[in-house]
Design a protein around this ligand. Structure first.
Ligand code: C2O
Ligand code: CU
Length: 464
């Protein structure tokens, strides 16, 4: 029996509605579990060599030694609950980057929920429909809150995930620290108007060039997440073979050998790494962007060889992302441009005080009470093609909340990745992005170089 694309779309739209209402799920999925407590708090951490930094974290430890945000693990199709407790001295929220969940759980202040003020809490309950590597972060005063540490990795497991000998999760980010580990200005306006302001110190899992032990000859799943507010990485591996098995949470159609691959803020890469045979062999994960490559993290083989082979791995199960119906899809142009510099309006969630960027000529920083019109109102169940054009000489990682899209074509790339929530648009790139509007609500689209987002490169779609 064949099922037409249109029927498939209608079915999946109906399914999206069922998710939203909490019906049609298995009994296990329906029972709401005890919420995990996620406390946003001030803490201290040794990031720089020469001092302690006053960070912000969701770390589980108490008081000043809370540690970095935990890796949150959940299972595809099972309800997850977390209570955000705000012990910062400013409002915050949590956004679950890449999860196609109910709009009310999306974490965007004013648009999908109220601000969570200091001392207050907010209960998030949702059921992740896709398995893979995702992450979570605030959507309020984001440059400061993320810059100070509030970025964590989120793993959605699938019962049919292939079995690895080890898993290593890498949260990649920089810090803007000066002497003694003190934070310096979060950004420089002249850089915000260009590629963004870089940190002064680079880390993986809050450590400078950490090394992880893994079984010799074993297969390791490496989940790499770029949570930095600015840096675009070009990832490569020295000393072992690895295959790219998923990008931005979705399995690649055919795993391919890792050579060099770009990773913009917000994006993820899942690798199947085959550790060297011999004990104590070293593997380096490097950043090859720019003229001075450097090591992000290392892996060291331990024990007798497990003699595994990359060919042993079963494929990752596919995620149920609906394909757009291209025969009926409506086309929507989206232009990324610089805009005349002017003062931005202040906001409860912080303002950088400048406007440099715009989507379709409208500069908007989001996370504010000042309303703008949606880029377009989308009809639930219909398909769309975004004709997105980067009319700037800078790369922009453009992220859409609540939906995944497929890159249909681009004037700058030959390899087209699986469906994604974030496309790293290259300078002057023009691409067609196809999506099925199967999740109702107001969904933000913005550049994930946070200075660009907060100085105007933000908009939203309304799906009704
Ligand atoms: Cu990581 Cu608005 O997103
Ligand atoms: Cu940008």
């Amino acid at each position: 029996m064949t099922i037409s694309r249109r029927t498939f779309l209608q079915c999946s739209a109906a399914l999206g509605g069922a998710f939203a209402l909490g019906t049609g799920l298995s009994a296990r999925a329906r029972a709401t579990p005890e919420p995990q407590i996620l406390t946003a708090q001030l803490a201290e951490a040794q990031i720089a060599a020469d001092g302690i930094s006053p960070v912000m974290t969701y770390g589980h430890g108490d008081g000043p030694h809370a540690g970095m945000p935990p890796i949150l693990r959940m299972r595809k199709g099972e309800t997850f609950a977390a209570r955000l407790v705000n012990r910062l001295d400013e409002p915050t929220t949590v956004h679950w980057h890449g999860l196609r969940i109910t709009n009310a759980m999306d974490g965007v202040p004013e648009m999908t929920q109220r601000y969570v003020y200091p001392g207050d809490h907010f209960d998030y309950v949702f059921t992740p429909p896709d398995a893979g590597t995702f992450w979570y972060h605030p959507h309020c005063n984001t440059l400061t809150q993320m810059g100070r540490g509030l970025t964590g990795v989120l793993v959605v497991e699938h019962p049919k995930d292939p079995v690895f000998d080890a898993e290593i999760v890498l949260n990649l980010r920089d810090w803007r620290l000066g002497a003694g580990g003190k934070f310096i200005d979060t950004f420089k306006p002249r850089d915000a108007a260009r590629g963004g302001t870089y940190g002064t110190l680079r880390t993986a899992n809050w450590q400078r060039e950490p090394t992880y032990d893994a079984p010799a000859g074993g297969l390791v799943r490496v989940r790499i997440v770029a949570t930095d507010v600015t840096r675009i990485y070009t990832i490569g591996l020295v000393g072992a073979d690895a295959k790219v098995i998923a990008l931005d949470g979705n399995p690649v159609e055919r795993p391919f050998v890792l050579d060099r691959i770009d990773l913009g803020p917000g994006q993820r890469i899942d690798l199947a790494l085959r550790m060297p045979e011999s004990e104590s062999a070293r593997v380096a994960l490097g950043n090859f962007r720019g003229s001075h490559p450097w090591t992000i993290a290392g892996f060291r083989s331990v024990g007798a060889s497990l003699k595994r082979d990359l060919g042993d791995l079963t494929p990752l199960p596919a995620n149920p992302v609906a394909e757009a119906d291209l025969s009926t899809a409506k086309r929507i142009p989206i232009d990324l441009t610089a805009t005349a510099e002017h003062q931005a309006t202040p906001s409860i969630c912080g303002s950088l005080g400048y406007t440099f960027w715009a989507l379709n000529k409208v500069p908007w920083s989001g996370d504010t009470p000042d309303p703008v019109a949606p880029i377009e109102e989308l009809k639930l169940g219909r398909s769309y093609v975004l004709e997105i054009a980067n009319r700037t000489p800078h790369a922009h990682p453009i992220h859409l909340h609540g939906l995944s899209f497929r890159i249909l074509s681009s004037n700058k790339r030959s390899f087209l990745p699986p469906p994604t929530d974030t496309i790293l648009l290259l300078p002057d790139e023009q691409a067609e992005l196809a999506l099925a509007a199967d999740n109702p609500g107001d969904w933000v689209i913005h550049c994930h170089i946070i200075e660009h987002q907060k100085t105007g490169m933000t908009g939203y779609f309304k799906i009704v």
